[in-house]
Design a protein around this ligand. Structure first.
Ligand SMILES: C[S@@+](CC[C@H](N)C(=O)[O-])C[C@H]1O[C@@H](n2cnc3c(N)ncnc32)[C@H](O)[C@@H]1O
Length: 308
């Protein structure tokens, strides 16, 4: 069901999947979305609602963090992963190029540096590996993350969208991030973040049920998963069967204690990889997320949709 489209502009596609079982009504959802569109948020595009019983949605607001002038001491250089950068000043920091200059998403620091042409600036957002497992995986030495400018990414376990916002910076305006999160509370923050990051499609649904959001997603290049659930491998396999292109990739954060708090982490990681193999994946890489996260691994694998 689409609604409110006449009030919306065409440059943003905001997808709101209504959660069944929520306290809010469909009418509330419509009011909130319309209010957001009319109000301070320049949201727009097509508002799609599916499922009927309850509602997510939304409120206005974004955190404003400090912006530091990079100055002559800070140099921003491309990281070996396309779309990621390193700000080299007193310390070296991982940063992404801010898709929405002038705004922080969750209070993170911004760095503004000269943009080459006189009077122009480029703004970057600091990406903290203690707050984002993907950033920890990058610093942990993953050779390939497959998430790069122009790519279509399905992000499972989006939470309030802090890491998703950096993925949106990385894929840039030509890419898309489909961000799935089943907690209505986190989903609200995610939707708010997506109002300005128009390449993010927020989907407040259970990642165990890809059929519920099948109509919202085209084929993707990469699935990133951080749902921290014992059945994460099965969730990834189901989503791959529904959305991942042949020879596409997955990057998965595995928290050992979420799978089994009694077995040694290495045994758990190996067992998770075995499950992926049985789901038509070929394991590529595995790194530890220490020192940023304890007993976590990040693994990548390639999907073979067809047997040959
Ligand atoms: C470890 S947190 C994700 C943190 C996030 N990736 C980040 O770096 O900011 C796991 C998230 O997955 C969500 N989640 C767990 N199971 C899920 C499911 N079946 N479907 C959708 N989201 C799920 C949780 O609500 C939680 O927000």
């Amino acid at each position: 069901m689409a609604f409110g489209a006449s009030k919306l502009r065409s440059n943003i596609e905001l997808v709101v999947v209504l959660m069944s079982g929520s306290q809010e009504t469909l009418a509330d959802a419509v009011d909130l979305v319309d209010a957001a569109v009319d109000g301070a948020v320049e949201a727009a595009g097509t508002v799609v609602a599916s499922a009927v019983d309850g509602a997510v949605v939304t409120a206005v607001g974004s955190a404003a963090g400090d912006v530091a002038e990079g100055g002559s001491n800070t140099v921003v250089e491309p990281h070996r992963h396309p779309g990621i950068f390193i700000a080299k000043g007193k310390e070296h920091m991982l940063v992404t190029k801010n898709l929405v200059p002038g705004e922080s998403v969750y209070g993170e620091k911004r760095i503004s540096v000269d943009g080459g042409v006189e009077g122009t600036k480029i703004e970057y957002r600091v990406w903290n590996p203690f707050r984002s497992k993907l950033a920890a995986g990058v610093l942990g030495g993953l050779d390939h993350i497959f998430i790069q400018p122009g790519k279509k990414v399905l992000y499972l376990g989006a939470a309030s969208g802090t890491s998703v916002s950096h993925v949106a910076d990385i894929v840039g305006p030509e890419g898309v991030v489909y961000a799935v999160e089943f907690s209505p509370r986190s989903g609200r923050d995610l939707i708010n973040m997506a109002k300005k990051r128009t390449n993010v499609i927020p989907i407040v649904e259970d990642a165990r049920l890809p059929n519920k959001y099948r109509m919202l997603i085209s084929t993707v290049d990469v699935i990133f998963a951080d749902v921290a659930q014992p059945d994460q491998a099965r969730i990834v396999i189901r989503n791959a069967e529904s959305f991942l292109k042949d020879l596409g990739h997955v990057v998965i954060s595995i928290k050992a204690s979420c799978i089994d708090s009694t077995a040694p982490p290495d045994v758990i990681f190996a067992a998770e990889l075995q499950k992926l193999k049985e789901g038509r994946f070929k394991a590529l890489e595995q790194v530890t997320l220490e020192p940023y996260e304890r007993d976590h691994a990040m693994v990548s694998a390639q999907y073979r949709r067809h047997t040959s």
